[in-house]
Design a protein around this ligand. Structure first.
Ligand SMILES: NC(=O)c1ccc[n+]([C@@H]2O[C@H](COP(=O)([O-])OP(=O)(O)OC[C@H]3O[C@@H](n4cnc5c(N)ncnc54)[C@H](OP(=O)(O)O)[C@@H]3O)[C@@H](O)[C@H]2O)c1
Length: 354
């Protein structure tokens, strides 16, 4: 089967995905009968390109890495006409679009509108961007179903680890009572450096920024917003909740005192930023992000650095745990590739309604 895809976003993740699609071309062809062709690429500052015959990926990678534009890779039919990402999303002749533009934690835009437009015209969407899922999951999944399109987002929580896949396919008819985990790598890295090397919060944050784990403006991570957004996604998708990030009872780790980290260590504990969604006996789901001391024997204490963990507590399997090691753009890209394969296998059809 020929599958025309487009990359909306060609940053760390989009470029890792382009490389992975190239690396896995033979496997996709031989094992899944998929002949994948990239017919469009859209960026913020490096232009857009559409070529229905297929874009030469190495040329696109080179152009962006050298700070140039990819516009010259368009076919003559599209060459001069592509003004921006909105027009790109409206016109790209793709069966499936991979969306990886930056997450907007306030309202999910512009990605939310771009994804809505693509699904409305029956294009499958795979996104690594938390915004559209956190702010539009119910609407977008209903729109996708109405247009027989897939809307998958494996890489929004714990990168490429199959967290959504397990909830969607591995737990049929199970009632999920609680989802708990450590979803934010930056804060876990900071806490680990503090407890292992007696760094202050500011020193550990600077170290995280120096190796590119933390942003220059670390607010989203250290104030617990990223963790809250991911918790909302899991609560809404896997537990049928209808929460927004602002609904989360949120405490971050900004300014965490080294003395508190040391005191926990001396008491045989470790401080972790816990993410939790819980169903009350009334059926209502609430979500919380908060620092907590966990005993050193607890598996959560062994989650160090950028490793992450999730627990599903259900009526059938009391506690099912997934741990992801060594995340990065390459693992995020893998989650997107897995979503693509699963959509082409029809796994988006017949899902329980949100
Ligand atoms: N990095 C990871 O490992 C990881 C893990 C999980 C999820 N994610 C999510 O994946 C997404 C991409 O992450 P990334 O690390 O690849 O980010 P990135 O390197 O900053 O790349 C973002 C891409 O989107 C483009 N872009 C920026 N603003 C845009 C706009 N308004 N409209 C259209 N395109 C725009 C950028 O173009 P220019 O470069 O030309 O400006 C670039 O191609 C984010 O939502 C992130 O939260 C990332």
């Amino acid at each position: 089967m020929d599958l025309n895809v487009a990359l909306l976003g060609f940053g760390n993740v989009g470029r890792a995905l382009a490389r992975l699609l190239d690396e896995k071309a033979d496997v996709l062809r031989d094992q899944y009968d998929l002949e994948v062709r990239v017919v469009g690429i859209s960026t913020g500052r490096h232009g857009q390109a559409i070529d229905p015959a297929g874009i030469h990926l190495n040329s696109a990678l080179d152009a962006v890495q050298q700070g140039g534009s990819i516009a010259g890779l368009s076919s003559t039919e599209y060459g001069a006409s592509l003004a921006d990402t909105v027009q790109f999303a409206a016109e790209v002749p793709a069966d499936l679009v991979f969306e990886s533009i930056p997450t907007n934690p306030r309202d999910g835009e512009p990605a939310l509108s771009l994804v809505r437009g693509l699904l409305a015209r029956g294009v499958h969407v795979v996104t690594a961007n938390k915004g559209p899922v956190a702010f539009g999951y119910r609407e977008l999944s209903a729109l996708a179903a109405a247009n027989d399109a897939g809307f998958f987002f494996e890489s929004t929580v714990m990168d490429g680890a199959p967290v959504h896949g397990v909830a969607r396919e591995g737990l049929p008819a199970a009632a999920i009572h609680r989802i708990r985990g450590i979803f934010n790598s930056t804060t876990n890295y900071i806490l680990t450096r503090m407890e292992q090397e007696d760094l202050t919060f500011d020193e550990a944050l600077t170290a995280a920024q120096q190796i590119g784990i933390a942003e220059t403006d670390p607010t989203l991570d250290i104030d617990g917003w990223d963790a809250s957004i991911k918790t909302v996604i899991l609560a809404n998708v896997a537990m049928g909740a209808d929460l927004r990030p602002a609904d989360v009872d949120r405490t971050g780790i900004r300014g965490m005192a080294l003395e508190d980290v040391q005191a926990a260590r001396e008491a045989g504990q470790r401080i972790r930023l816990i993410c939790e969604a819980v169903r009350a006996p009334s059926g209502e789901v609430s979500a919380r992000v908060y620092p907590e001391s966990v005993p050193v024997q607890d598996v959560y204490a062994s989650i160090t650095g950028t490793t992450s963990i999730v627990d599903f507590e259900t009526d059938t399997l009391p506690r099912l745990t997934l741990i992801e090691h060594d995340p990065g753009p390459h693992t995020t890209a893998y989650g997107m590739l897995a979503d693509m394969v699963n959509i082409t296998r029809g796994r988006h059809r017949g899902l329980p309604s949100a």
